[in-house]
Write a new protein. Structure first.
Length: 342
């Protein structure tokens, strides 16, 4: 009996040692840092620079400008793609919109961004409201927390509107300068989306968060499933940056509560193309976290994926001016009472 127990124990130790060895080797050999076939240039890269803030990694260059795709992109003295606003509100209500390329205004003129269209709607009604856009291409909730803490709270807005979506659960991107051109490029361009190929339980979620081997096994099984069923959509997905992102969402809420500044969130979706939505479960978790933190939010999935809404998209994430006009109208209703009647 003792020999049998000893042999069993030795087998278990050997299995665990093998798994630990594989875990270490795979973390170095296959780090799941996706690299595109060609380097991903930072949009209008002359308007960006490396940041002295290690959390931000990069930032927009104040008072810079560039022309790309036939559009002018100008950065104000504060380091954002927007008009110049005074430091003090001067009797006006002020909303600061914080986000990524959706707030920056990817491939649209500044006037077509959702924040500028929202400002125009209110001003057409005679309301003195400033809606400031402070979006930076590629930023996630970690970088946005640093922005709010160090550069936005001092402007004493009446409300911070945080624009988030499933891509906020990606890890912070790296960046480097190409010596030949001086341009900045992002590394990686997109993070890995890892499908759950087993039932999602507390145990498998723990493995997904901590085990590189488990992530690779799920990716391998997904690849095999996709060969036989090209339209297969998993029930749930995982992004390696999820936990850090949700932790920083809570930090943003606590910080703004301490400053006495209200927070609201607008959740942007990807385009569903009328099929099963890959990010359904992840978006559900975003909603759960917002409700747990008691943050009012507007989820745009149904509105932007409505029937016959296909013409509002530039790609599967970014909108054109018409699409942002829809967003502005929805935000006007959502935020209306939060600024009072003035």
């Amino acid at each position: 009996m003792k020999k049998a127990l000893l042999r069993t124990a030795l087998v278990l130790v050997a299995v665990l040692a093998t798994l630990a060895f594989l875990e270490i080797v795979l973390r170095f050999a296959m780090p799941l840092r996706f690299r595109p076939s060609a380097d991903a240039p930072l949009f209008a890269s002359r308007t960006y620079r490396l940041s002295a803030d290690k959390t931000l990694v990069y930032e927009m260059r104040p008072n810079s400008q560039a022309t790309a795709f036939g559009l002018e992109f100008a950065v104000n003295p504060s380091g954002f793609r927007d008009k110049i606003y005074p430091r003090l509100k001067a009797g006006k209500k002020r909303i600061v919109c914080v986000g990524d390329s959706l707030t920056y205004g990817w491939l649209v003129p500044l006037r077509a961004t959702y924040h500028k269209q929202l400002e125009a709607l209110w001003r057409s009604e005679g309301r003195a409201v400033e809606v400031m856009g402070m979006g930076v291409v590629g930023y996630n909730l970690i970088q946005e927390f640093a922005l709010i803490r160090d550069r936005i709270a001092i402007r004493k807005p009446d409300l911070v509107l945080l624009q988030i979506g499933p891509n906020d659960c990606e890890r912070t991107v790296g960046i480097k300068t190409v010596p030949e051109t001086g341009k900045l490029i992002l590394i990686p361009y997109h993070d890995r989306i890892i499908p759950y190929m087993t039932d999602k339980t507390a145990f498998t979620t723990g493995l997904m968060r901590r085990s590189h081997l488990f992530r690779l096994l799920n990716l391998g099984l997904f690849g095999l499933r996709g060969k036989g069923h090209p339209d297969y959509v998993p029930r749930d997905v995982f992004m390696i940056g999820e936990e850090d992102s949700f932790a920083h969402l809570a930090k943003i809420k606590r910080f703004l509560d301490g400053e006495g500044i209200p927070l609201a969130v607008v959740v942007f979706p990807y385009r569903s193309h009328g099929r099963a939505y890959l990010y359904a479960a992840l978006t559900g978790r975003i909603r759960q976290e917002l409700e747990r933190l008691r943050i009012p939010y507007l989820d745009l999935f149904d509105r932007l994926n409505a029937e016959k809404a296909g013409e509002i998209w530039i790609d599967g994430l970014h909108l054109n001016g018409e699409g942002y006009g829809i967003v502005a109208a929805e935000l006007k209703t959502f935020l209306g009472g939060r600024l009072g009647n003035k």
